[in-house]
Write a protein that binds this ligand. Structure first.
Ligand code: 13P
Length: 253
């Protein structure tokens, strides 16, 4: 059985004081299970300080974005090497907010995925369809295109340390969660797509669900055979809410 990963994507929220307090709150209530891993992805400016706080704890640190470039004249960008140096273990790539608002194409996402791997960090590759795409029954085609862009560029073997997050755009921040069955359908599709390239990668990879996950719907989602945890937005901003989701995972191991 695969371990659970419960990851908090804080997005552009908080302050130095609030992020320290939130982290302390999470550290105080970590589930006592080796099979449930917790990860926080705070905004860039807080990563350095939080890395020091997390040293020697079981709570992992990740970034929400990265440049696809190694170094150079890219004003405002942050490289994977910088994130590694500061103490990050994971990096989210291809979040739908970045795809939609910052114009990140699947090719750029693939380049970011490889930049993360080149520094020995673990990419969390986000995929997901919009409401229009779901209603037009294009969900599988959209997911395939997003996934194949990375598989073609990086190869299936590169998924060994990667995580995939299925985040239907219509469920993000809307309070409208995919039902466990809807999510499971897409998760099993993703695992099958990966299996067509590498059975080994497909059976081992953690596929997270993201989109209005809360303490009271997490058990239903995490019970599904191909859902290995969650990528949590709003409910990751309060320690009690995030820990309730972690506890839901811990209740299933
Ligand atoms: P919400 O949990 O707020 O819906 O956000 C999900 C998300 O986008 C996590 O990356």
């Amino acid at each position: 059985m695969r371990d659970f990963l419960v990851a908090g994507n804080w997005k552009m929220n908080g302050s130095a004081a609030a992020s320290a307090e939130l982290t302390d709150g999470i550290l105080a209530g970590m589930p006592q299970s080796d099979a449930v891993h917790l990860l926080i992805c705070p905004p860039y400016p807080y990563l350095g300080e939080l890395a020091q706080k997390l040293a020697g704890t079981a709570l992992s640190l990740g970034a929400q974005n990265v440049s696809q470039h190694e170094s150079g004249a890219y004003t405002g960008e942050v490289s994977a090497g910088m994130l590694r140096e500061i103490g990050c273990e994971y990096v989210i790539v291809g979040h739908s907010e970045r795809r939609a608002m910052m114009g990140e194409s699947s090719e750029i996402v693939a380049a970011k995925f490889m930049a993360v791997l080149s520094e020995g960090l673990k990419p969390i590759l986000c995929v997901g369809e919009s409401l229009e795409e779901r209603e037009a029954e294009q969900t599988a085609a959209v997911i395939d295109a997003q996934l194949n862009a990375v598989l073609d560029a990086a190869g299936a073997e590169s998924f060994e340390t990667a995580v995939i997050a299925y985040e239907p755009v219509w469920a993000i921040g809307t309070g409208r969660t995919a039902s466990p069955e809807q999510a499971q359908d897409v998760h099993s599709h993703i695992r099958a797509a990966l299996a067509s390239r590498s059975e080994k990668m497909a059976s081992a990879i953690q596929i997270l669900y993201g989109g209005s996950v809360k303490g009271d719907n997490a058990v239903g989602l995490f019970t599904m055979p191909d859902i290995d945890g969650g990528l949590i937005g709003g409910a990751s901003l309060k320690a009690a809410d995030f820990l309730a989701i972690a506890a839901a995972a811990a209740s299933l191991v």
